[in-house]
Design a protein around this ligand. Structure first.
Ligand SMILES: Cc1cc2nc3c(=O)[nH]c(=O)nc-3n(C[C@H](O)[C@H](O)[C@H](O)COP(=O)(O)O)c2cc1C
Length: 503
């Protein structure tokens, strides 16, 4: 055993830097050194990404993807090498990385928050100031991203039939979701890896949601710990919990019970992800980040585990989850159960038969099955069927995907949704401007919402009825996207594999 070189404040950077290869690999995380040599082959995200940081400080890469207690839980104590004197650790100056220097320059020249007038503005700014890997993870959709784009364009196929000469002096946007009152029928849906966009991660969303009396759904795969997100709430605000069901049901049981004890008011079981979709922007960003040798596997059929953040974190999800498991969850918790990711009418009827409280008509923001239907399109079909059967009050129907304007929310409410989930826009607002950004995004939606209600002649959420919308164009897919829409400008096109530079 080699003697370790210690300063008064811990291990010296030089000493840690020696352990920089496949056979002897240490990393520094939050000022402590860890020997991860034996863990390399088991790392769900592949060994390459760890080796990139062998002998170095990996905190920045580690933080967004791992809950804070990961190393204590999963790495045997004998591999914890102790504190490092961080003043002796060599850091790569940001100016030495031209991509990072250019990003810092853009950050210095960012538009003022007050210049953001709608949710697309946050997306356009975030695209310029986020790290490439973070942007890749947040912005990507599955395959050709047809569903992802259709999610928003579907709303544009619904037109209003405004009612005139209604006294709309007073407008009340408050409503109830899963039995809890809230200020407006939208919620912050579950999105994983908040720290990719902001060092404080999901707690940024919690604080803005609390300020606006908006409900937040806490993701299983948050970067912050569940307890940190609950602690960031103001005590009065409502939080739900999104569950990815683990193959190990004991783990599932523990986290569901913990969520219930912490006061969560709804359990959203994600049912559209027995396997995570292929999100090529995410994979491509990750690929170029860890070097081109990733593809040089000896066995061309071997599973490449370095396929972006999404795949790295999701291997525990149970593909065996089925309708048979629903009674198990109903026995496990008193929280209302909602199935998140329902994609056809007869599955909604089945959900009613199983006595669940609600469904979210969702395609996971277009990140799972490409050309799966949009939530809003399905909502029109589902509500017609539920009404025909006289069971429309037996289940609460939510939708998410592509909601970018309050008029989208109003349309969903007119068609019978109890509320809508919003994902990426709040992530972009958070990544670009932090809590103030998310708060402004929520306020913009609220202002738009009141205006829209007045302009269509509705004073309360109950007055948003199907006769206020014209859905005749809804079932035509893949309309050409008008080149002058803001969404089209913000959309980051897919790219083909890059050719090597000329020598
Ligand atoms: C970056 C990102 C991460 C997501 N992570 C999860 C997740 O961990 N669990 C889940 O059920 N849905 C997840 N979703 C799907 C969202 O809950 C929601 O269905 C989708 O974002 C709605 O579309 P929108 O982003 O257009 O609003 C994620 C979506 C994004 C964009």
């Amino acid at each position: 055993m080699t003697a370790l070189v210690l300063s008064q404040r811990g291990l010296l950077g030089d000493e840690v830097a020696k352990h920089n290869n496949n056979n002897d690999c240490w990393v520094i995380i939050h000022g402590k050194a860890y020997d991860v040599t034996e863990f390399l082959p088991e790392h769900p995200g592949g060994s390459k990404i760890i080796l990139k940081y062998a002998g170095k400080d990996a905190t920045e890469e580690f933080d967004p993807i791992h809950p804070p207690d990961t190393l204590d839980k999963y790495l045997d104590k004998r591999f914890h090498k102790g504190p490092v004197d961080m003043s002796t650790v060599e850091t790569t100056a940001k100016e030495d990385d031209p991509e990072e220097a250019a990003r810092q320059d853009r950050i210095a020249r960012m538009p003022l928050l007050e210049q953001c007038y709608n949710l697309y503005d946050f997306e356009a700014v975030a695209r310029q100031v986020m790290k490439r890997t973070a942007w890749g993870y947040y912005s990507s959709g599955a395959d050709d991203e047809i569903t992802m784009r259709e999610n928003h364009t579907a709303f544009q196929k619904i037109w209003f039939r405004p009612r005139i000469l209604v006294d709309v002096t007073e407008v009340d946007t408050s409503t109830t979701m899963l039995g809890t009152k809230c200020s407006i029928p939208f919620y912050v849906t579950a999105t994983a890896l908040g720290k990719l966009g902001h060092p404080e991660g999901e707690t940024v969303l919690t604080k803005a949601a609390g300020k606006h009396d908006v409900i937040q759904m806490i993701p299983t795969l948050a970067s912050c710990s569940f307890d940190e997100i609950v602690a960031a709430a103001d005590g009065k605000q409502t939080q739900w919990f999104q569950l990815y069901v683990n193959k190990d049901r004991k783990i599932t049981e523990r986290i569901v019970k913990h969520a219930e004890q912490a006061g969560c008011k709804g359990l959203f079981i994600t049912v559209d992800a027995p396997q995570l979709g292929r999100r090529e922007k995410d994979m491509r960003a990750k690929f170029s980040d860890i070097g081109s040798d990733v593809q040089k596997s000896e066995d061309p059929d071997a599973i490449d585990r370095s396929q972006g953040a999404a795949r790295a974190i999701s291997s525990f999800i149970d593909p065996g989850l089925s309708w048979k498991d629903i009674p198990y969850f109903q026995n496990l918790t008193k929280m209302p159960i909602v199935l998140k990711g329902v994609q056809r009418v007869d599955d909604v009827i089945r959900a009613v038969d199983h006595g669940v409280t609600g469904v979210v008509l969702s395609n996971h923001g277009g990140r799972q099955l490409d050309t799966a239907p949009t939530g809003i399109e399905l909502l029109a079909e589902v509500m017609a069927e539920l009404r025909q059967r006289g069971i429309q009050d037996k289940i609460e129907v939510y939708i998410d995907g592509g909601v970018r304007r309050a008029s989208d929310i109003v349309k969903a409410c007119c068609l019978g949704a109890k509320g809508v989930g919003i994902g990426r826009p709040f992530l972009y607002a958070m990544s670009a401007y932090g809590e103030k950004g998310v708060s402004r995004a929520m306020q913009l939606l609220k202002d738009e919402f009141v205006m829209n209600m007045r302009l269509i002649g509705a004073r309360t959420i109950d007055e948003l009825t199907p006769d206020l919308v014209d859905t005749r164009g809804l079932n035509v897919h893949t309309v050409p996207i008008a080149p002058d829409t803001l969404g089209n400008h913000a959309y980051d096109p897919l790219v083909s594999p890059a050719f090597k530079a000329k020598l």
